[in-house]
Design a protein around this ligand. Structure first.
Ligand code: MRU
Length: 344
């Protein structure tokens, strides 16, 4: 199930905060509405955020008021659109990758008319979305070698169709392995506090008839101890030049547990998630979200009044804990700076 639908003028965004109970599509016809959809996590997952931002820029670039501007003010306005979208979420580098790509396109085509630029930007957004699906399928194929027959797989957060334009990254590998009959079972961590695993991964896999069981995040160690897991595979929001990988909070704990139990731990991501400008994961900004997202579940208070809560939305898994990074360009086995450079 794709999380976005482009109708040529506006972007329909499937509100993932309401899944699995309700399937509500928001019609975002201004770039501000697109920015808010990313901020409120109606659309989430690194590649999906990148594609959404690209469409946000296309919507901004083709707004009637904008098309009425002269070239100079139009270019300045486009930069304001880019800046607004860049402020939505800090950790997933795909957002900044998409904006950088649009900036480059605009800079290389300033000789075009305002209307032509608007059209060019829309075509680029469509290209980014289409490319995403193609790259995810390649990630799926590149990851197949790591999935044994009858694999019992543990995954975290949601890295599927809903987190991309379609197919998925880590879930793309699982999908590809399932197509070959290799998947015995998938355990989906519920992924507190947003429950992307329980609400979204379980929703997607169940719909696609891939056997899935939801476990709470704290059950992972038990599962590994009971020899119920053959491998762990997760996605990433930003991977530094040395292979350190930022992903949904709780990923690091899984990697430590996997190491302790001698279970391979894989990270799957498109090349647009690799940030060679950051030498190590220490440089990655971790989004700090509202404590209320931890304190309340479904509107019900879970923490006594007056007690604070923390909500770092991501953590960084050091490269030493990662067995291989799987990308559309190939895989980095036991990733380090040298292995990561070979992918570039
Ligand atoms: C293919 S998605 C990879 C990551 O973006 C995913 O694992 C993740 O951490 C998503 O976080 P989210 O906060 O739901 O946007």
């Amino acid at each position: 199930m794709q999380p976005l639908q482009w109708n040529g003028k506006s972007l329909l965004v499937l509100d993932q905060t309401l899944l699995p109970e309700q399937e509500v599509w928001d019609d975002c016809d201004t770039y501000e509405l697109v920015a808010e959809a990313i901020e409120k996590m109606k659309v989430r997952g690194a590649p999906a955020i990148g594609a959404t931002a690209a469409y946000g820029i296309a919507i901004g670039a083709n707004a009637p008021d904008a098309l009425a501007l002269d070239k100079g003010p139009y270019l300045a306005y486009l930069e304001a659109v880019n800046e607004r979208l860049a402020k939505t979420r800090p950790t997933a580098v795909n957002l900044f990758w998409a904006i950088k790509r649009m900036r480059g396109l605009i800079a290389a085509n300033t000789d075009l008319s305002v209307a032509e630029l608007g059209e060019l930007i829309t075509r680029e957004a469509n290209l980014i979305a289409e490319e995403d699906v193609r790259l995810n399928k390649r990630i799926g194929q590149n990851g197949l070698q790591f999935i044994p027959e009858n694999a019992r797989i543990l995954t975290h957060c949601n890295t599927g169709s809903l987190a991309t334009f379609d197919y998925g990254t880590a879930l793309g590998v699982i999908r590809a392995a399932h197509e070959q009959g290799r998947v015995q079972h998938v355990y989906a961590d519920e992924t507190r506090p947003y429950l992307q695993g329980a609400r979204l991964t379980a929703f997607e896999l169940h719909r696609d008839n891939i056997p899935v069981t939801v476990v709470t995040d704290s059950m992972a160690g038990y599962l590994m101890q009971q020899k119920m897991v053959d491998l762990v595979i997760v996605g990433a929001d930003r991977i530094a030049a040395n292979g350190d990988a930022a992903n949904k909070i709780g990923t690091y704990s899984l990697a430590v547990l996997a190491k302790h139990h001698g279970i391979p731990f894989y990270v799957a991501a498109p090349m647009s998630t690799l940030d060679y400008e950051m030498e190590t994961g220490d440089e990655i900004e971790i989004e700090q979200r509202s404590a209320d997202e931890v304190i309340f579940i479904g509107g019900k208070r879970m923490v006594p009044e007056g007690v604070p809560a923390l909500h770092p939305a991501f953590d960084v898994t050091p490269h030493e804990l990662i067995t291989a990074i799987i990308t559309d360009q190939g895989n980095a086995w036991q990733p380090n700076t040298e292995a990561m450079l070979k992918l570039k």
